[in-house]
Design a protein around this ligand. Structure first.
Ligand code: SF4
Length: 220
């Protein structure tokens, strides 16, 4: 195993225990419904939006819709009203309509369980597609990397990368597969509550004795 991962087992064990104190990210909560369509839409809503806002918008929208067909019965304005105030709600309402229409026309109203097919959808990048694979289909062939996973993996010295895409590629090369499923969820919760992107709470971080705190300029 890579030298930078020598404490991985301890870190994961501690985070599994400590993150239980906090709320799950929206996508994790949504995954309990076993509905890949809901995972896909909630993930789109979550881009550049706080988790609490995404959770409320997802709930409002999914009270009105159950399937892609239901979306086509709503006007774009109605979708905008349901998802407001998520970031870029107008563009997202448009995307939700487009994606739902494509699902009906080309995929028999089902979200494809193939990452390459998902990546053909406008507005679906690698992060969203990998989240749908892992949380929607329970396919552990990917490590979804958002800003928290990217930032913390660098601070812990696991990777030395510039973008979430690079982090995803690197982590999938070096991380033992047994940690893949938990990694996104644990680091997102840790990043939302302790290892904040700006000024993390290193003094009360449960894994601080294993963290080289790479790149940290300001912490609490
Ligand atoms: S010690 Fe600081 S930088 Fe390292 S994981 Fe904890 S909060 Fe993040």
């Amino acid at each position: 195993m890579k030298k930078s991962l020598k404490n991985i087992e301890k870190i994961i064990k501690i985070l599994k225990k400590e993150t239980k104190k906090y709320k799950n990210p929206v996508v994790t909560e949504v995954s309990y419904d076993n509905n890949p369509y809901k995972v896909l839409i909630s993930c789109l809503l979550s881009l550049r939006t706080k988790d609490e806002v995404t959770a409320k918008a997802t709930n409002r929208l999914f009270k009105e819709i159950k399937t892609p067909k239901d979306v086509l019965n709503l006007s774009r304005k109605q979708i905008e009203n349901l998802i407001y105030p998520v970031g870029f709600y107008r563009t997202k309402a448009k995307r939700i309509k487009e994606i739902s229409k494509t699902l009906i026309e080309k995929y028999k109203s089902k979200v494809p369980s193939d990452i390459d097919e998902l990546l053909k959808f406008k507005g679906v990048g690698r992060k969203t597609a990998s989240i749908v694979m892992v949380y929607g289909f329970k396919k552990i062939d990917y490590i979804p990397v958002d800003i928290h996973v990217h930032v913390i993996s660098n601070r812990l010295g696991w990777v030395k990368t510039k973008t979430p895409e690079q982090t995803m590629d690197k982590l999938m090369k070096i991380m033992p597969k047994k940690y893949w499923f938990d990694l996104n969820n644990l680091l997102v919760i840790h990043g939302q509550n302790i290892c904040l992107t700006i000024s993390p709470f290193c003094s009360k971080c449960p894994v601080n004795k294993y963290c080289p705190r790479i790149g940290i300029k300001r912490s609490r």
